[in-house]
Ligand binder design. Structure first.
Ligand code: TXA
Ligand code: MG
Length: 315
């Protein structure tokens, strides 16, 4: 059921059940932080392996002390600056945090979402919520209540309707090591922004050098069912695949008036493109194309994060 009834959501959560949660990035599947019963339902519904940890969502910075210990000073400053907002921090976990949330690691991921309904729900409930994105494992994340409904139908007792997600791609994930900051997942808060504010060295986590610590770093992720390729040479790709029934996605409107051409932002605005991307992929997935050809976006600002998601969708 899609609804905007917060009290109903609270009742369901207090009954060790789960709800669809709107945030500014993507919709989540939420359970109370202290309900292992409900948390297990999240993993079951998503078909997500238990080795992939969840993000804790809080509504005030004071809640951090219920979740993490040994919080670096710079982490607190970053929290004050960027929360509520699309930034997740990996911190050392407090002993009370369930191993189901952290996949038995000694760290926990935390963020404060910038969405009034989500914040109100967490506040009224009085407990943080754990929530992964509300999609089946590996599928495209949902950016509207209807997307969540399409994925899970009546297997999910309630989806809180908070409209379309403003940001449209998942939060930036960072961790702290020896006075340095590591980006585990790109999002709308860029490396440059974090560097400028923190005065720290900021590295992107490299999957070639290290083991995978963040399963969201899996090469394949966020993928539609339709095969997808990303190209820097659109006309060449169109020529290569001319025998297939293909769709084309470009950043801005090419004004070609072809029924298989789609764009992410009329005027080429990258933030608008990010907020439309998953909706466009989910829509195209239902239109019977054999291939989706996406023109690579400029590697600046949030374009970096969009290209990163597209690359993972194309494996
Ligand atoms: O924008 C978002 O972050 C959305 C909304 C709903 O808040 N959530 C989201 O959750 O994208 P999820 O579970 O789809 O992605 C969270 C990522 C996963 O790749 C997970 O492996 C990683 O965060 N993660 C969680 N806890 C971690 C930890 N302790 N150490 C390393 N990575 C962690
Ligand atoms: Mg996800």
């Amino acid at each position: 059921m899609i609804s905007n009834n917060i009290n109903k959501a609270i009742e369901i959560l207090n009954n060790n059940n789960i709800v669809g949660l709107p945030t500014e990035t993507v919709y989540g599947l939420a359970a109370k932080m202290n309900s292992d019963t409900a948390i297990k339902k999240i993993f079951q519904l998503k078909k997500r392996p238990l080795t992939n940890p969840l993000i804790v969502h809080i509504a005030s910075i004071e809640d951090l002390n219920k979740i993490a210990i040994d919080i670096p000073e710079i982490a607190l400053k970053i929290a004050v600056k960027f929360w509520p907002g699309p930034l997740t921090m990996i911190l050392k976990k407090n002993n009370s945090i369930s191993n189901l949330i952290t996949a038995n690691q000694d760290t926990v991921a935390v963020r404060m979402p910038n969405h009034s309904l989500a914040l109100e729900l967490i506040q009224k409930l009085g407990t943080p919520l754990v929530a992964p994105s509300a999609n089946p494992y590996m599928a495209v994340s949902p950016t509207s209540a209807l997307h969540v409904w399409d994925y899970f139908k009546e297997n999910l007792p309630l989806i809180l309707d908070g409209g379309n997600c403003e940001n449209g791609i998942e939060s930036t994930i960072i961790g702290f090591e020896n006075q340095e900051i590591i980006i585990y997942r790109n999002g709308s808060i860029s490396k440059e922004k974090i560097e400028l504010f923190s005065n720290c060295k900021v590295h992107s986590y490299s999957i070639t050098k290290n083991d995978i610590v963040t399963p969201g770093m899996h090469k394949k992720h966020y993928a539609p069912n339709t095969k997808l390729i990303v190209t820097e040479n659109l006309s060449q790709s169109i020529e290569n695949y001319k025998n297939l029934k293909f769709a084309v996605i470009t950043l801005s409107n090419l004004k070609l008036n072809k029924s298989n051409y789609f764009f992410l932002s009329e005027n080429g605005n990258l933030e608008e493109a990010a907020s439309n991307l998953y909706n466009q992929l989910i829509k195209l997935d239902k239109m019977g194309f054999e291939l989706i050809i996406v023109e690579k976006l400029p590697e600046i600002e949030i374009g970096v994060s969009i290209n990163d998601r597209l690359k993972r969708a194309s494996f």
